[in-house]
Design a binder for this molecule. Structure first.
Ligand SMILES: [Zn+2]
Length: 53
């Protein structure tokens, strides 16, 4: 199960292995960071999310 990269809570996964939430990528990096809906609400822009990773 995926964990949120910011708050560490588990992210529920949908069938077809799609993560319910979003995945952000740091510029210049191929590593992916899953982020839950709650954190997306708290940090609505990608820039803010990246600062919290
Ligand atoms: Zn979170």
């Amino acid at each position: 199960m995926a964990k949120c990269s910011i708050c560490g809570s588990k992210i529920a996964e949908l069938i077809l292995e799609k993560i319910k939430g979003t995945v952000v990528r740091k510029p210049g990096s191929s590593k992916q960071y899953p982020v839950c809906f709650e954190c997306q609400k708290k940090f609505p822009t990608k820039e803010e999310l990246l600062q919290k990773l």
